[in-house]
Design a protein around this ligand. Structure first.
Ligand code: ARG
Ligand code: ZN
Length: 454
């Protein structure tokens, strides 16, 4: 549902007010603006409305730190996996193997308890990020221009801005683009599907989504970059656009995504209301799909980040994406879903360490794609099944797309970086990330054209 306050905000935002770098800077919490003197009265009014409409603040990050440990023994690794599975802490680098470092974010009230727990296992925690609040603040103060008419890739943008840009793009390029509002999020935000191609509906397709996890901002930014390359530089890709259709949904968890701009930079889930009293808001949208739902790497505690939801497809946003994938499944050959971070190009299964029987086909295409990706800026991506590359986690969209919709080439891509900036990848890295990912997409699109179209 859209609260009245929220629709007021939308109203105000669509008045064409913009907040640009160097003018007004909306900050988390009650720190309202910097450089107030440069703001126009109107913009102040918009800001006031935005802030008034913003509900209680998200998690308190003051005093939050990340602690790193390196398990040296089997027992230590087991302890860490137990802690990870319990879901109480936010693991920013999950336990994989002995000798590989594990990063855990702890709020101020958790630091002592976590340190003690780690030390009891003989681990020596090192503080890696001393001030998570500051790290997050630093990024939020590089303003995204909310309500801007056109998009740029020098900042991150909320879902409203992205939608408005897509609408403009589609109306500027009617020969190439079809924009459809295919659903609404829980809080009433539009969910758009942009089809790019000129060969007609029968051509083989590549379905691409982003923003399933709210805080992974580089995902929608990269997906919109891909859209922009294809559409505004279409003459360079004439050939591909005549033989392949690209289906884009850049922000499939818009409520959570916007909430990570306004309230809690590290929010991951959707924003649905708790299913039972005393529960917490939202579910992990990438544990909510109806394929081996709730089996592995997921929780039925609504207050943890990998909560699978009250039922498969309890989250309306995932129903919307499911319905589009279902509608397009006969022609769609590739499904790509973008996350961050870790630089991994992963294929099913995510619910089991077993591999699909055609895994070698998926592996080969992934290796070709990351080869082209690396040639652009030297960025290295790891390739493998997601269970084998990171951890088992069931109810993911990739597994459903392959296991239920029958799309052969399904990939979850963990974009930049390797953990230097965690989820707060500096905006200056959006364009390099977009450029290299576009190189990978071209390899995949050429493969689709060659295999299914010619
Ligand atoms: N980091 C992603 C997540 O936790 C990886 C998903 C991989 N796919 C899967 N089905 N487990 O959602
Ligand atoms: Zn993710």
């Amino acid at each position: 549902m859209v609260t009245d306050a929220q629709s007021d905000v939308n109203e105000l935002r669509s008045n064409g007010q913009t907040m640009r770098r160097g003018q007004c800077v909306a900050r988390r919490g009650s720190e309202v603006v910097s450089q107030v003197s440069r703001c126009t009265m109107n913009t102040l009014l918009v800001l006031a409305a935005v802030l008034l409409a913003t509900p209680a603040r998200g998690q308190d990050l003051s005093g939050a730190k990340t602690l790193s440990v390196v398990p040296q023994t089997e027992a230590q690794l087991k302890e860490l996996i137990k802690l990870f599975d319990a879901g109480q802490y936010d693991f920013w680098r999950e336990p994989r193997d002995m000798g590989m470092s594990v990063d855990i974010m702890a709020t101020a009230s958790q630091v002592q308890e976590l340190t003690a727990a780690l030390e009891r296992s003989g681990l020596k925690p090192q503080v890696k990020v001393d001030d998570v609040a500051q790290m997050v603040m630093r990024q939020n103060s590089g303003v995204y221009s909310r309500g801007a008419r056109s998009l740029d890739w020098e900042d991150y943008h909320d879902s409203y801005t992205i939608n408005r840009w897509m609408a403009q793009l589609a109306s500027d390029h009617p020969d190439l683009c079809t924009l459809e509002t295919v659903g609404k999020s829980y809080e009433g935000r539009p969910m758009n599907l942009l089809t790019v191609g000129k060969g007609g509906a029968d051509k083989p397709g590549i379905f691409i989504d982003g923003g399933i996890h709210a805080r992974e901002w580089i995902s929608p930014a990269t997906v919109t970059f891909l859209v922009n390359q294809l559409v505004t530089n279409s003459s360079a890709h004439d050939d591909l656009l005549s033989s392949v259709n690209f289906y884009f949904m850049p922000v499939i968890n818009p409520d959570g995504y916007d909430y990570s701009f306004t309230d809690d930079r590290l929010w991951r889930k959707t924003r649905s209301e708790p299913a039972s009293p005393g529960g917490c808001s939202g579910a992990d949208a990438n544990r909510n799909w109806d394929f081996h739902w709730m089996e592995a790497g997921t929780s039925n505690d609504s207050c943890v980040d990998n909560y699978g939801g009250s039922a498969p497809f309890s989250e309306v946003e995932m129903q919307v994406v499911r319905d589009q994938l279902t509608r397009l499944r006969n022609t769609t050959k590739v499904y790509l879903t973008f996350h961050s971070y870790g630089q991994k190009w992963m294929y099913p299964w995510g619910y089991t360490a077993a591999l699909p029987e055609d895994w070698q086909d998926l592996d080969r295409l992934a290796r070709d794609a990351v080869g082209a990706l690396k040639a652009v800026h030297g960025t290295r991506y790891q390739v493998g099944s997601s269970t084998r590359t990171i951890y088992a986690a069931s109810g993911g969209s990739d597994d459903w797309a392959k296991g239920v919709a029958g799309i052969k080439y399904c990939y979850t891509v963990e974009l930049r970086d390797l953990g230097t900036h965690y989820f707060t990848l500096p905006p200056s890295l959006i364009i390099p990330s977009g450029q290299e990912t576009f190189a990978a997409l071209k390899v995949i699109a050429n493969f689709v054209k060659k295999t299914y179209s010619d």
